[in-house]
Design a protein around this ligand. Structure first.
Ligand SMILES: *[C@@H]1O[C@H](CO)[C@@H](O)[C@H](O)[C@H]1NC(C)=O
Ligand SMILES: *[C@@H]1O[C@H](CO)[C@@H](O)[C@H](O)[C@H]1NC(C)=O
Length: 527
């Protein structure tokens, strides 16, 4: 029995070593990210459709490349099966595809799909505004106008800059302006210009003198009348048979939410305690949590630690700069992250798991430096296992439109590019569960409390388009012995109970959320 255990253990150690060696020799770079096939996004498709229409007007032949994905939206397929050599998946991770509707029974799927479509349509109505519309400027329009950048606060006024007419000599020059959510007026009168429709949604200006009309155009104002922030009005500008269209964005100024970083030292050094709160979620593992707290205190004695705890019989965790929040039993992993993050009062929050251990390589200052001097919202570090294997878990996430059945979610190992000025850092879409982030941004995305147990990438999928994510491999935190915890005989009673609860999240919970909440029909991934 013992001999067998030792054999198994040796097996694990060998595999661990091999993994480590291979990892160091195969570090993914941006160019090694392989997509299963080239995908055209829908805007290109729309332009291609337009080209088809143009074909009638310009009879010059062209050939559409064959691509099923383009015609029917994204298709759900991964890489083809190939001969399985040992470790081939490590060198060339195969892209697998999962159809997400499998989370539901065939009998309920039709109703689910109908309800999803209803919710999705109202999401589209709320999220797409006139400022997302495709506007094409016609060839040779003698009108000058602002293509973008005109903004007005709801129910307020703005000058419309850049309006100009450029025509050969005519008896009378005229320009018409039409809007649908506001009215036009003029800030100053210019001689020899006739104006009708002042204070209306349609205003006409005309003059026998082009220079006078152009001078007058410099004083045209727009006033938003229909209160609907975060939308846009479409303005049509006409002269004779020519027409141009542009948008005016209607939105409030953003209200800043600033955090006082405290006094900054002579060499620009921050007081980490004023800038960062450490947040974690625990469940049963008080021994591990205490090791984490002790390790933090060696390096950061006054940093606030927020603990969300959904154990059945919570033990009090006390000490200076510690906030312990007790939640209903088994409330869950993401619920705990949410609660912890909701209580943070500093600019940045550092997420750690309760079985992590700070070392002298866990330099929070480096993460602060990255967040302070780049546009990144979140920066991940590296987690070192007891085997010495260090993981950064960098991923690229993308989506493709897929029509009525839902869209496609593609997750690949890798990153986008190096981060300028920080040789150890790269830009990606998802990183490991050891990261520092702008508190406001994390709250904006939120951790979906419906994900009760094993979950991580889901947060970054929800954050796609909101979070600008980076990863640095020179900020390293240790992971308490995992191999021991993975083998049944190495587990303490707490560990056993813990894994029992942790793994109760079925794959179908996550699949159902991807399917309904995120409107995906398919997930392809090589991780
Ligand atoms: C401009 O507006 C006036 C008044 O509404 C209208 O009579 C005229 O036809 C319009 N001109 C163009 C080019 O749309
Ligand atoms: C940093 O801030 C903490 C908490 O506000 C404070 O207790 C500590 O004295 C400060 N440290 C320095 C070096 O100013």
């Amino acid at each position: 029995m013992l001999v067998q255990k030792i054999k198994v253990l040796l097996g694990f150690v060998t595999v661990g070593l091999l993994v480590t060696v291979l990892y160091y020799h195969w570090s993914p770079s941006a160019s090694t990210v392989i997509y299963s096939r080239k995908r055209l996004d829908s805007s290109i498709e729309k332009l291609l459709e337009r080209n088809k229409q143009l074909k009638k007007e310009f009879p010059i032949p062209f050939h559409l490349k064959d691509n099923t994905e383009r015609r029917n939206g994204c298709v759900c397929e991964g890489d083809a099966e190939r001969i399985n050599l040992p470790f081939s998946d490590l060198f060339f991770p195969r892209v697998g595809a999962s159809a997400l509707h499998s989370a539901f029974r065939e009998s309920e799927l039709k109703e689910i799909k109908k309800r999803r479509q209803h919710e999705y349509n109202s999401f589209l109505r709320r999220s797409k505004t006139a400022s997302n519309l495709l506007i094409i400027a016609e060839a040779n329009v003698p009108l000058q106008y602002p293509t973008q950048g005109v903004e007005v606060q709801p129910t307020r006024s703005t000058l419309i800059p850049g309006l100009l007419l450029n025509l050969k000599s005519m008896k009378v020059y005229s320009v018409n302006l039409t809007a649908s959510m506001g009215t036009f007026n003029i800030a100053s009168l210019v001689d020899e210009v006739k104006i009708s429709g002042k204070g209306k949604m349609h205003m006409s200006l005309s003059s026998p003198v082009l220079a006078a009309l152009n001078r007058q155009l410099q004083f045209v104002t727009y006033t938003n009348k229909i209160f609907h922030p975060n939308t846009a009005d479409i303005v049509q500008l006409r002269t004779g048979r020519f027409q141009a269209t542009f948008t005016i964005k209607i939105r409030h100024e953003l209200t800043p939410k600033l955090y006082d970083p405290g006094p900054i030292g002579p060499k620009g050094e921050y007081n980490i305690s004023r800038l960062v709160t450490i947040a974690t979620k625990t469940f049963l593992r008080y021994d591990k949590l205490q090791v984490l707290i002790d390790s933090i205190r060696q390096f950061y004695p006054t940093v606030t630690i927020i603990i969300a705890d959904d154990s059945e019989h919570p033990k009090l965790v006390t000490g200076p700069y510690i906030e312990h929040y007790i939640m209903p039993f088994k409330k869950g992993w993401f619920a705990g992250r949410n609660l912890a993050v909701s209580q943070v009062t500093t600019k940045y929050v550092l997420w750690v798991d309760d079985d992590f251990i700070f070392t002298s390589n866990t330099k929070l200052e480096k993460m602060v430096a990255v967040l302070e001097s780049t546009s990144l919202d979140l920066v991940g570090g590296a987690v070192r296992e007891v085997t010495g294997y260090t993981a950064t878990y960098r991923h690229i996430i993308s989506t493709a439109e897929g029509g009525e059945d839902g869209d496609c979610l593609h997750i690949r190992r890798g990153f986008h590019h190096a981060l300028e000025g920080f040789p150890n850092c790269v830009v990606a879409d998802a990183v490991i569960n050891f990261f520092m982030a702008r508190t406001e941004k994390v709250r904006q995305v939120g951790f979906d409390p419906r994900l009760a147990r094993v979950a991580h990438l889901e947060f970054f999928v929800d954050g796609l388009g909101v979070l600008h994510v980076g990863s640095c491999d020179d900020v390293i935190i240790n992971h308490a012995s995992k191999i021991k915890g993975m083998l049944p005989w190495g587990q303490s009673e707490t560990d056993k109970t813990y894994s029992k609860f942790r793994n109760t999240n079925s794959w179908s919970d996550q699949t159902a959320l991807f399917y309904f909440k995120n409107h995906f029909k398919c997930l392809t991934s090589n991780s």
